[in-house]
Write a protein that binds this ligand. Structure first.
Ligand SMILES: Cc1cc2nc3c(=O)[nH]c(=O)nc-3n(C[C@H](O)[C@H](O)[C@H](O)COP(=O)(O)OP(=O)(O)OC[C@H]3O[C@@H](n4cnc5c(N)ncnc54)[C@H](O)[C@@H]3O)c2cc1C
Length: 340
């Protein structure tokens, strides 16, 4: 186990924020993780588990140990006429995995193309895009319990998946290293999700007559490239806030004052309101404050134009939160993990 000291985290977070880790190490296997857990260096200071750093906001230097998970590997552990169960190491790059599945015509994660980050972090917030969430294909999640070093397997039901939520962001937070995830992927009779009009339109534009694993993936990539800022060009962590859910009465009341407020039925007489719309109505879209700001085309994306300060981005997020609360009486909750 190699422990490095005073390591810059700038290239390890997609916001591109300048911060250092007092100590830094990587793990390549379950055994590495188990050895690390028993070491003094792990026990005596704060620990940050890191994947691709695409869903974190570093507000200052990290005065502890950063552990980057680099457990690799893909293994077919079950194969029948209809499905395969693919066990994927937590450190595998998510988009490369999607491309691997597209090449093999394995269905289930094509709508999640081009989401940055690693396999291990994907169940944390139940990544989702274009009508699909990873919970739809998770068979199980294998994780190492930090207090005991024991390997535990969480079934899909155990994970308590919700919208950008799972047990790993709630009661199991900071208690487990996720080491691998097993996905159930279809080999034939794929159940494509083409519920987003833009995906259908783009498939047609790209020359596809019928949906396929590849057609959907290419359409999603095309849409995302045209809509979302590329973190290698402008630092960001994707959507900063979750879309809030409000009850039907609150939604009806807002609709009287703001007839154009969008809302989608979210079950149990609840409505999901796009956070981007609320933020834009509060006048934040495109606002720039020195080297940080709100993206000019995506009000939900906070950006670091270069040399920005994570604390200032967090302050901006809280100012946005306060103004949305004041105008609409809706509380926005961050999707990004804020490291304070
Ligand atoms: C441009 C852009 C677009 C995005 N689009 C989407 C989108 O469409 N949908 C979506 O859902 N998300 C999206 N995201 C957010 C992000 O890509 C996902 O949340 C991704 O899964 C984070 O992976 P990561 O490896 O970078 O996690 P990190 O940022 O490294 O970590 C995120 C959290 O998970 C914890 N963690 C990481 N790995 C492990 C592990 N092995 N075990 C235990 N804990 C761990 C960390 O401690 C941290 O709390 C986007 C981000 C960007 C920058």
């Amino acid at each position: 186990m190699t422990i490095q000291k005073n390591i810059s985290l700038t290239s390890f977070n997609t916001f591109g924020l300048q911060a250092t880790a007092k100590e830094f190490t990587t793990i390549q296997s379950i055994e590495d993780a188990q050895a690390l857990l028993t070491s003094d260096i792990f026990k005596n200071q704060p620990v940050l588990i890191l994947g691709g750093g695409s869903n974190i906001l570093l507000t200052k230097n990290f005065d502890g140990l950063v552990v980057k998970v680099e457990i690799k590997g893909k293994e077919v552990i079950h194969n029948d006429d209809e499905n395969v169960l693919l066990k994927v190491g937590a450190g595998e790059n998510w988009h490369e995995l999607v491309m691997y599945c597209v090449d093999k015509n394995l269905g289930g994660i094509e709508n999640l193309s081009l989401i940055p980050g690693t396999m291990g972090a994907a169940p944390m917030q139940n990544i989702g895009a274009y009508g699909v969430e990873i919970k739809d294909v998770v068979e199980s999640v294998e994780a190492i319990e930090i207090s005991t070093g024991k390997v535990k397997t969480f079934s899909n039901a155990d994970c308590n998946f919700g919208y950008r939520e799972s047990i790993f962001k709630q009661e199991a937070k900071n208690k487990f290293f996720i080491s691998s995830v097993t996905l159930r992927l279809s080999k034939k009779n794929h159940r494509f999700n083409c519920s987003y009009g833009a995906v259908n339109e783009t498939m047609t534009t790209l020359g596809y007559d019928t949906p396929s694993v590849r057609a959907i993936s290419e359409a999603v990539i095309h849409i995302r490239r045209s809509k979302l800022p590329d973190p290698s060009v402008i630092g960001n962590a994707g959507s900063f806030f979750k879309n809030p859910t409000i009850d039907a009465d609150a939604y009806a009341l807002l609709k009287k004052t703001y007839p154009d407020i969008p809302g989608y039925i979210a079950g149990n007489a609840m409505f999901k309101v796009p956070a981007a719309w609320l933020i834009e109505k509060c006048g934040w879209k495109g606002k720039r404050f020195d080297n940080i700001g709100v993206h000019q085309h995506q009000a939900l994306v906070l950006v670091n134009y270069g040399g920005g300060d994570g604390k200032k981005i967090w302050q901006l997020a809280m100012d946005i939160q306060a103004s949305v609360k004041e105008k609409f009486n809706i509380t926005l909750h961050p999707e990004v993990n804020v490291i304070e």
